[in-house]
Design a protein around this ligand. Sequence first.
Ligand code: NAD
Length: 354
Amino acid sequence: MKKTVIAVIGCGRIANNAHFPAFAQMDDLIEIKYACDLIPEKAQAMKDKYPAVQNVITDYHVALDDPEVEAVYVLTPNYAHYTITMDALKAGKHVFCEKPITVNYALSCEMAKQADESGKILNIGVCNRFHKSVEMLEQLNREGKFGNIYHVYCSFRSFRSIPGLGGPFTIKEQSGGGVLIDWGIHFFDLILYILGGARLQTLTCDAHSCLAKNMKDYHYTSMWAEETSDVENGVNDVEEFITGYIRTDKAGISFNGAWAQNINKNEMFIDFLGDKGGARLTYGKKFEFYDGETLVTEAPEYDIPDMYLRESRAFIESTRSGEKNRSNIDSILESAKLLDALYQSADLGKEVTI
Ligand SMILES: NC(=O)c1ccc[n+]([C@@H]2O[C@H](COP(=O)([O-])OP(=O)(O)OC[C@H]3O[C@@H](n4cnc5c(N)ncnc54)[C@H](O)[C@@H]3O)[C@@H](O)[C@H]2O)c1
């Protein structure tokens, strides 16, 4: 079968760490006609590392104007997702756009509408839906092994992970928010996915930015995104800590998230509590399923590169068949709506009804 011609827009961290390594194993499916980045050295570095890249460009419109290009990957900071995706859909391209969809729910809905109007596939980078462990948990729930899941607790807390200040992760206008939209999106998306069709009802949320206020007193041992920011003095108007409670017609969901906290622990997990069984999914590692008192299933550590590969293969297959798959935007709008409502509750300082 003819290979699908793609263009990759944004050659930063996620492109380097996840997508290009996956593309290198998709020789049978794709041809990479363009690597694009505003910073030409970044796109060139990608071509140097992956000779299969045919052209290096800095203006993504060149790729959109090329009738040979069938699909584009949007791997840019959050603020650029909307414009590039809309332009690409209007140009008749299928789009894979990294998570979060964009900086808010209203724009996310416009993107979904445009995909429908253009008759093109628009998938979002909710890569965890392609974890083997997540698939297994989702299946256990469908088989009734949990009984009734009455509560889910999740923690996405780290010791020292505030991104360098003043870059696209800490300026709200560019990112849409802090730890909630950056990390929380993965956790809430997984929870809603595994619960399967839970309807959101009410929620309350509290957000703080304490540790990034006085960077001289903050031991930034493991900061990231430093190259695009002023580590100490840049703008930071997003939350680094978030907590709250969500009611759905299925389970209640409680959560704590922190890019940083003054406890030297990384606690990244989701607990699913059912009246027959329970499970802890440790993010990036394994899951344990308990049937009453007994540990029944201990899944092997899941393989992160494989997750991105499966996500990307599924996208290309979806562009060919026209069938929407599990990371199509339609099934992710609910988590974008949830994030908006959580930020609204934190801003108002009270419970909101969704
Ligand atoms: N799925 C995941 O697990 C995961 C993990 C990390 C990041 N992400 C998401 O991926 C996106 C990118 O994150 P990152 O860490 O790679 O950021 P990054 O800053 O390292 O890379 C983004 C790149 O996009 C380029 N860029 C910006 N605007 C552009 C434009 N108009 N045209 C071409 N290039 C442009 C920048 O120059 C930069 O090189 C974010 O939305 C982030 O939330 C997802």
